[in-house]
Design a protein around this ligand. Structure first.
Ligand SMILES: [Zn+2]
Length: 169
């Protein structure tokens, strides 16, 4: 018997109850949990949620990232599209290192803040150490789009939203 997978509901900042959840810090995933059936199902549902969220976006927009706390699961896990390989990567227990001093400013959007966007300054280059969906340690460097997206998703694990970082002159 296979359980039918349904997407999670994405929490939105405009809803006061959801906002409380989005503002909390997420917890580390015990490494032995990663290979359990429950955890695999959770990852599959998270991916499904990311995919299905596109139907709510404006024409031409694609969903590029989703963090577990955005669906009310406060685990240090997020999904992010790698625009080099065009694969969605699962990041578990990520550690982020900002490289260099160079930052750039670009518009950001968030599935948890529908209808809003804003200019955010982010580091252009980062290094991320994390566990993949098989529980293997990985270390990668990214720049540009990928670096920005990872910083955005990592913020969700800390209860930080892009609206906290808006560039105001
Ligand atoms: Zn977001």
């Amino acid at each position: 018997m296979t359980e039918e997978l349904k997407p999670y509901k994405i929490l939105v900042e405009q809803n006061p109850e959801d906002r409380k959840q989005l503002r909390k810090r997420s917890s580390q995933v015990p490494p032995e949990e990663i290979t359990t059936k429950e955890f695999r199902t959770f990852l599959e549902k998270l991916r499904l949620t990311l995919k299905e969220s596109e139907s709510d976006l404006e024409e031409g927009f694609i969903s590029v990232g989703l963090a577990a706390p955005q669906v009310g699961i406060r685990k240090r896990v997020f999904l992010a599209l790698d625009n080099n390989s065009e694969e969605v990567i699962t990041y578990i227990n990520p550690k982020l290192k900002l490289l260099g001093q160079v930052r750039d400013i670009r518009a950001e959007y968030c599935l948890s803040i529908p209808g809003e966007s804003g200019e955010v300054a982010r580091h252009k280059r980062i290094q991320i150490t994390y566990m993949d969906h098989e529980g293997r340690e990985q270390k990668k460097k990214f720049s540009g789009f990928n670096a920005r997206l990872i910083q955005h998703e990592f913020d969700h694990l800390e209860g930080i939203l892009f609206i906290d970082r808006l560039k105001t002159n």
